[in-house]
Design a protein around this ligand. Structure first.
Ligand code: COA
Length: 322
């Protein structure tokens, strides 16, 4: 059986920084409130005309370069996003065109903030079953486009960005195990209540916005992420101390700290970007992973636990040897 291993990483953040001080001028909030409740100090916002595929391409190219492959070696593209450029084609196909690839499967995954974990698991399964040898897996979002900038409960939380990895077939792991879950009973706690088939007028009028029951989401997220840590370790007969790095979804520093406590891992071994990126949904894990690989914190053969929670609800984890 083949395994997949991450051989290259890349990421991209739009240039424009939106600080808490600027948000104080837009809604009734304060830097103090935002930092103490969420850990976010600033986030990036895509420029007008800069779309999800643009961010995805700028994350994918350095990942391809870092892997030392030829772009033409890629035989699968899986792209996680909640903010696709178009209803169709999939943003993965738009990216495929940019990369001048022809013929390999390319599709989007929609699992909101858990999107990258879902995408990585799907791509890993293509490689394990020898349906692909070299996959480009991307998380890319222009979440700012679905934010109501007058709603202080949500607008302080999110940002835009993209991250990417190349995974390739190898004889040893690599990705050790993945654990995906969803429970549709909570759809109304975190949603954009409009789309193509329902309330399309809101999409047309630019009023399709994120709605969230923040404190309810918080409680379920903390409990669920604690459980996914246990599930992942138990499935592999591993101890908490076997994990070198936690790369969590970056929604809220308090949720991240609670998961780190559960794992008994010091915050020095947790990759945190939420202060500078906010919650970039499907992009947050590959952005954080790329940062820690490039600055030398995450090293070859380190054991890394990625975990995420998001709308749906969806949640999941990937345990891997880098
Ligand atoms: N600035 C100032 N006050 C704010 C505010 C803001 N930006 N947003 C909300 N408030 C107010 C609320 O109106 C409320 O006021 P009230 O007590 O007078 O009604 C008060 O702050 C507390 O609100 P609450 O929602 O209970 O705060 P909280 O401690 O739960 O923190 C979140 C709010 C959103 C930061 C937190 O619930 C959270 O992070 N939830 C999970 C979000 C998440 O992870 N979503 C994505 C999942 S992938």
């Amino acid at each position: 059986m083949k395994y997949s291993r991450i051989t290259g990483t890349g990421s991209y953040l739009p240039e424009k920084i939106l600080t808490n001080a600027e948000l104080e001028r837009m809604v009734e909030t304060s830097d103090d409130w935002i930092v103490s409740r969420t850990g976010v100090r600033e986030r990036r916002i895509a420029a007008e005309g800069e779309n999800t595929v643009d961010l995805a391409e700028r994350a994918a190219r350095p990942a391809i370069e870092a892997a030392g492959i030829d772009t033409q070696d890629i035989d699968l593209i899986v792209l996680a996003t909640t903010t696709p450029d178009q209803v169709f084609p999939a943003t993965a196909c738009l990216l495929q065109k940019r990369l001048e690839l022809h013929g390999c499967p390319a599709f989007d995954i929609q699992a909101v903030c858990t999107g990258f974990v879902y995408a990585l698991d799907v791509a890993d399964k293509f490689i394990r079953t020898e349906s692909a040898k070299c996959a480009l897996v991307v998380g890319a979002e222009t979440f700012s486009r679905i934010i109501d900038w007058t709603d202080r409960a949500t607008c302080v939380l999110f940002g835009d960005g993209a991250g990417a990895v190349i995974i390739q077939a190898q004889d040893a792991p690599g990705i050790i195990s993945s654990h995906l879950h969803a429970d549709g009973q909570y759809t109304s706690l975190l949603e954009v209540p409009a789309g193509v088939s329902q309330s399309y007028d809101k999409v047309r009028n630019g009023q399709a916005y994120v709605r969230m029951g923040g404190s309810e989401v918080f409680k379920v997220a903390v409990n669920t992420l604690g459980q996914i840590v246990d599930e992942t370790l138990a499935a592999n007969n591993m101890q908490k101390s076997d994990v070198t790095w936690l790369v969590p979804h970056q929604a809220n520093i308090r949720i991240i700290a609670a998961t780190a406590r559960k794992l008994g891992i010091s915050m020095d071994h947790v990759v945190v970007t939420v202060d500078r990126h906010g919650n970039t949904s499907a992009a947050s894990i590959p952005l954080a992973f790329d940062e820690a690989v490039r600055d030398g914190r995450i090293k070859r053969d380190d054991t890394v636990l990625m975990e995420a929670f998001g709308g749906g609800f969806t949640w999941g984890s990937v345990l891997l040897k880098y």
